[in-house]
Ligand binder design. Structure first.
Ligand code: ZN
Length: 249
């Protein structure tokens, strides 16, 4: 029985490791999303600069079209002016030409402003290009590390599951059934508890001296009266933080 209890402790350690790996793997999509959103925040300035430059270029294109219309208007006024044969037509053509001229001048000022805005955005983009390239590189590096970690955890999980199958298969049928029954019923899936300091280390219930002596002998499976876990005893020299490997003697 002693050996079987040791097998059970080892099985439980593997099961704990499997649960930890599963929860680590489950946390990856959330952690990945956090990294994506952090990158979006840091890349925001870069996108804003690109958008400013783009908006300035679009506005300028619209102004250019308007400018062309006003130049046509002015040329027509000038032709009317040359062809005028009375004062009334002449004055109307002058007014039309001056209005077009004024409008052209205003449009030209606006075009200059938009050109400057686009140039300034482009200049800033060019200046900060290395910074943004580094930011993107870092981000891609982090995503690659995530993929690498996912791959290695998945491999480790598969390996531990195989190990678990092997260990579980080596247990006597009665012990297998007891272990599985407890694992299925207990919320954290931890079926074994160390008897430590005269109490069950899982539920803290004090154990009677006679029970403690039986657990120490390890000749049969003793369940905690309170939490129903399988109790086991580890000599002081071997006591470790719960969940870590126990060396068998
Ligand atoms: Zn207990």
């Amino acid at each position: 029985m002693k050996a079987e209890l040791e097998q059970l402790v080892a099985l439980q350690n593997v099961d704990t490791g499997i649960r930890r790996l599963q929860s680590d793997l489950e946390s990856i999509p959330r952690r990945r999303a956090e990294i994506e959103s952090e990158f979006d925040q840091r890349a925001f300035e870069f996108k804003a600069l690109q958008q400013t430059g783009e908006a300035a270029r679009e506005t300028r294109a619209a102004l250019d079209r308007e400018l062309a219309e006003q130049r046509v208007r002015m040329e027509k006024a000038e032709r009317d002016l040359m062809a005028s044969n009375n004062a009334k037509v002449y004055e109307a053509a002058i007014r039309e030409r001056d209005a077009a001229k004024k409008h052209i001048s205003e449009l030209e000022t606006k075009v200059l402003e938009q050109m400057e805005a686009a140039e300034s955005a482009e200049k800033q983009l060019a200046e900060r290009q290395p910074e943004f390239a580094r930011l993107r590189e870092e981000h891609e590096e982090r995503l690659r590390a995530f993929e690498e970690q996912t791959r290695s955890w998945t491999e480790e999980l598969e390996e531990r599951r195989r190990e678990r199958e092997r260990m579980f298969g080596a247990l006597p049928p009665g012990i297998k059934a007891t272990y599985q029954r407890i694992v299925a019923r207990i919320r954290d899936g931890v079926a074994l508890a160390e008897a430590r300091g005269g109490a069950c280390s899982a539920c803290r219930m004090t154990l009677r001296p006679q029970i403690l002596a039986e657990i120490r002998r390890g000749e049969e499976i003793i369940l905690c009266d309170n939490c129903n876990r399988i109790l086991y005893y580890q000599p002081a020299a071997q006591q470790t933080q719960h969940g870590t490997t126990v060396s068998a003697t």
